[in-house]
Design a binder for this molecule. Sequence first.
Ligand code: R5P
Length: 290
Amino acid sequence: MADLDDIRDGKEYGLGIEQKNEKYFLKGSANLNWGMKDRLSRIFNPKTGNSVMLAFDHGFLMGPTSGLERIDLTITPLMKYADCLMCARGVLTALVPTTLRKPVCLRSDAGSTILTEMNHNVVMDVKNAVALNASAMAVMVGIGDPTCEAETVANLYRTVDAAQPYGIPVMGVTAVGKDMVRDARYFGLAARVCAENGANIVKTYYTEGFEKVVACCPVPIVIAGGKKLPELEALELAYKAIQSGAAGVDMGRNVFQSDAPAAIIQAIGAVVHKGMKPAEALQMFNDLKK
Ligand code: R5P
């Protein structure tokens, strides 16, 4: 039996003081369950509302691309600067330290490589994502690609169905079909389709008129970096995205293919969380690089 000695009656009831109810900080997420919100709060910094996600999932379709040949040598030292890690389960299990305590956005689909067209993607069993303690599951959606649009939208839909009961948010990763024009109209459509089908986060690309893409997407958007750019341009990309309302970046090549990856990820962090202007962030990059 529990120890019943010295049980004291409560005294401080705060009568007359209204209970503090949390106003959730993230767009479109107020009605999610506690587990979802807890996980999203690990990915996005509740103070700034934004996130620097470090993407190194490229190997799942590109193999050992430049900068990712040895994750342990090039990526592990950067992990501490990221708010969230985005990778596939093989690399997570083999190479990401379990003592790091960083949230993971788990690449949860597979099916094609750069050697073939996108096709027949499958999604992992949500129980495996739970076992890997994923803070989010990411699946690709090929809007406008006739070979895979229906299948990848269905993948997203099914992943949301599977992940929701476990309180795991899903990220829709918009893959741009070869014949698609990379403009705000296209990205607005792709982002909105992901959100309407249940994505809690959308990852897409920055484009002119991005504020419209953000405005019509009811959940947070993070941008991919795309191909390696000179550092100032990468910082400008991040700055413009944040100023247009993006909730962060999910960048890979512009970090790990930089001459000074630790410096650039910290400078990107200053842009994302402090709104630092690109010129100042470049100065920060150069100072850190020294
Ligand atoms: C690509 O397959 C992955 O989804 C990447 O995580 C994504 O493209 C972001 O990486 P990057 O900034 O290199 O474009």
